[in-house]
Design a protein around this ligand. Structure first.
Ligand code: SF4
Ligand code: SF4
Length: 381
């Protein structure tokens, strides 16, 4: 299992993670065994957004023998009221629910203390000076949470968090279908039966989020990587084609700043299927050709950093150069950090001889030679 550095948290998290939300539908022993099994396969990050006692107890028993080997995303504001999940900032519920999380997880610390689920910009502003935020800071200052994270589905809110300086990582919903959708405060728009057929390519706000996270060294972990399974069904997929789990995992893991994808598991076989990503061939991971040839929607002309254009006769890392170009052009002036990272590349865009040999391999019709010329002009080398 490969690991990636989760941005400024510095934690080395497994590329494939464990989203805990399906544990609740299993007998306790089965759930515990699934967690042990995932751990034996190298999975070391687990998301617990759930407030229900059963899931929390299962996780506590599942991680107790090797707690120190796990990184737990534990949510602050996910509470349990009248036997139901209840999202709130009301400290009357928030504090006991977080204390319950520690108790049931049989631990005295949470690696990633998550500001739970903020999709509204107004709510983000409102919590800045609130007893809720005081509590988050108190947990951080006393070491009960080691790092501050946030979960969101709205790129506008996530960008604010990434730029805040104190949010160190973000749990965000990412898959090729959601990536086309404009920012919304209403998560239901993501699961609408009909996608707007006028949508094309990655929504600029989402593309910006990934770049802002990369720039600010804010790592992303992914939820909803399979769009609730609809991408596996050509009739329900907005692309009109079927993607495999491995292709969806690869899509998520090739977005800038993404470190790990939290998959939900019902069986050991499903754990195996997700972990199989690690030994999959490039052909098996290839979401790009599938999307490029899909009857619906188009990513034409946009670089998705998929790397299909390799090899370059001048040894350029085209995907990386395109990433730096996109990062730099987001700002009125090229940021010094991007300039210096670009300069560290062994081969610069100025070495492009304009042969266009790579262009026929790009599934998205990116005018690469032209982009290399623009990049060389932008960075001056
Ligand atoms: S056009 Fe430029 S980037 Fe593409 S293969 Fe030729 S030298 Fe490499
Ligand atoms: S230029 Fe095309 S093939 Fe190369 S990384 Fe970008 S999208 Fe992929």
């Amino acid at each position: 299992m490969k690991t990636r550095r989760l941005g400024k948290t510095g934690l080395e998290v497994s590329e494939i993670g464990f989203g805990g939300e399906w544990l609740e539908r299993h007998p306790e022993e089965e759930g515990i065994e699934l967690i042990h099994y995932a751990s034996s396969k190298g999975i070391n990050i687990l998301d617990c957004w759930m407030a229900d006692p059963k899931s929390r107890d299962i996780i506590g028993k599942g991680i107790k023998d090797n707690r120190s080997e796990w990184f737990i995303q534990g949510h602050i504001g996910s509470t349990w009221k009248d036997n139901q999940y209840y999202r709130t900032r009301d400290m009357k519920y928030v504090r006991p629910a977080f204390e319950d999380l520690l108790k049931r997880l049989q631990t005295d610390y949470i690696d990633l203390g998550m500001i739970h689920y903020i999709d509204s910009e107004e709510e983000w502003e409102n919590i800045q000076h609130s007893d809720y935020m005081d509590y988050v800071m108190e947990l951080k200052n006393t070491g009960v949470i080691r790092h501050i994270g946030m979960s969101s589905h709205n790129p506008k809110v996530a960008i604010k968090a990434a730029e805040s300086g104190f949010v160190e990582m973000i749990l965000f919903s990412i898959n090729p279908a959601f990536d086309m959708l404009p920012a919304s405060e209403n998560i239901d728009t993501m699961f609408a039966e009909e996608f707007d057929s006028n949508l094309k390519g990655i929504d600029p706000e989402r593309a910006r989020l990934y770049k802002v996270c990369e720039q600010n060294d804010v790592g992303i972990t992914v939820m909803k990587g399979f769009a609730g399974g609809r991408l596996f069904d050509e009739k329900r997929s907005p692309f009109g084609v079927t993607l495999t789990p491995v292709q969806c995992v690869h899509y998520a893991l090739t977005r800038p700043a993404v470190c790990s994808i939290m998959c939900g598991y019902d069986t050991k076989e499903q754990v195996d299927a997700a972990v199989a990503y690690e030994i999959s061939s490039e052909e098996e991971k290839d979401y790009a050709s599938v999307l490029a040839n899909a009857p619906l929607h188009s990513y034409r002309g946009e670089c998705t950093y998929c790397g299909h254009c390799k090899p370059c006769v001048s040894d350029l890392d085209i995907a990386m150069i395109n990433k730096f170009y996109d990062l730099a052009t987001m700002q009125p002036k090229v940021p010094a950090t991007v300039q210096s990272h670009y300069e560290l590349l062994e081969h610069k865009a100025s070495e492009c001889i304009g042969c266009q040999a790579c262009e026929s391999r790009c599934p998205f019709g990116v005018p690469i030679a032209e982009r290399m010329k623009k990049t060389a002009e932008l960075f001056g080398c």
